[in-house]
Design a protein around this ligand. Sequence first.
Ligand code: PLP
Length: 508
Amino acid sequence: MYIMNPLDPKEFRRQGHMIIDFLADYYQNVANYPVLSQVEPGYLAKLMPPFAPLNPEPIETILQDLQHQIIPGITHWQSPNYFAYFPSSGSTAGFLGEMLSTGLNVVGFNWMSSPAATELESTVMDWLGQALKLPKDFLFSGCGGGVVLGTTCEALLVTLVAARDKLLGQIGRENAGKLVVYVSDQTHCAVQKAAHIIGIDPENFRVIRTKRSTLFTLLPESLLSSVQKDVQNGLVPCYLCVTVGTTSTTAIDPLGPLCKVAKEYGMWVHVDAAYAGSACICPEFRHLIDGVEDADSFSLNAHKWFLTNLDCCCLWVKDPPSLIRSLSTHPVYLENNASESKQVVDYKDWQITLSRRFRALKVWLVLRSYGVANLRNFLRCHVEMAKTFEELVKQDKRFEIFVPRNLAVVLFRLLPSAVANIGNGRLQNGSVKIEDVANEINRRLLDSINGSGTVFMTHATVGGHLVIRCAIGATLTEKTNVIMAWKVVQEHADTILNNEIKSKFGIY
Ligand SMILES: *Cc1c(COP(=O)(O)O)cnc(C)c1O
């Protein structure tokens, strides 16, 4: 019988080097691939054998298939021409940290199961918290602390559970049906999912409207009137999610004034700074989270704009015992002296899952390899490139900047006036509105750009308007890529507008 050793050090070294070489070549060539994968649904099933292999295959063959079968179905988030959603900024340090974490493969659910995994996590969370100038209440060096989770969705769920249990501890569990959660119509959908999972009555999930004239931010007075109405109706405010850098438009909710309203009514305030939080290590952007001292929890995704490869959500809380009371478990098989001494952190009690990855290594490598000074400069470069893109858009009178830019995402669209010649008949007889035509043409423009494979951008629909988002932040992006991206947009706009006008005059 053939006995294999799946952790043979010699093979590990040989194959590991091959994968590093593969990825180094990939980063070298990634700009040459269509950014948005151009495959059709189901493409891969046609290429794959129907059953798993019974016998071993060499890594060389597998890598060939990776190149020819998998890479065509990859949308290249690391491409310098990637401007979609939010960036997923990988780096050498982020990758190496991930590699170390995967290689050591420890399951650090409690302190004893890998003391360094826990202690490094507490250390880097204090380091990062200090770099963000978070109040000491959020740090272990104060009375708070931080934990590295996978994603913001998890941070929202665990803080919402803690908020619920803390409040029900005061008012009695029989009042669970009265709890109200407050968000704006720009808040990430993950809060609604979290509220659904923990059993908040859907009737008590308050989505407060925002407006373009106030930059899609949640207004304290809107929150206040909503809360007052609920209280009058015998409901109990429980949780407010404030977003610093919303997903659609990077709107910055006014944290300080919102906290003031929330505190008056005893709510837990979570600050979701998934994207924009990273920028707050720069003194000039730190004001975005002014008022955080009055919040209860704060999270950012280091895997978005902090050079930390997926996944890495950093969550700080002021009152760790409230998380622990909601999430701790005490199975006999995990009993140990360290936990009983209460001198250690057992991170299993700060999160949903028991087993956990050693993600702190990534944050540690990123912070040490680049240093806070370089990280700041890296973020600033992206903001500068976004300014360049914004200036280019402003020079073309067919387009508008839809909302003023915050940080490195530019929202723009073809103006209704630029599409006024299109679908004129339908416009004149009133069967369509000019805004609908604008939405249709902007959608077509975006599809056309992305279909070319030269750049990839995505859209947002806010206030009934479809707008195109150019999110700058891919690690390899340089100014030339940004200038080229704008040229691509203009060329596709030329084609679409010209074709539309020709078709209107019956040339086609
Ligand atoms: C990206 C984003 C999320 C979701 O992040 P996950 O890590 O994918 O859960 C939540 N909120 C905001 C504001 C985001 O931008």
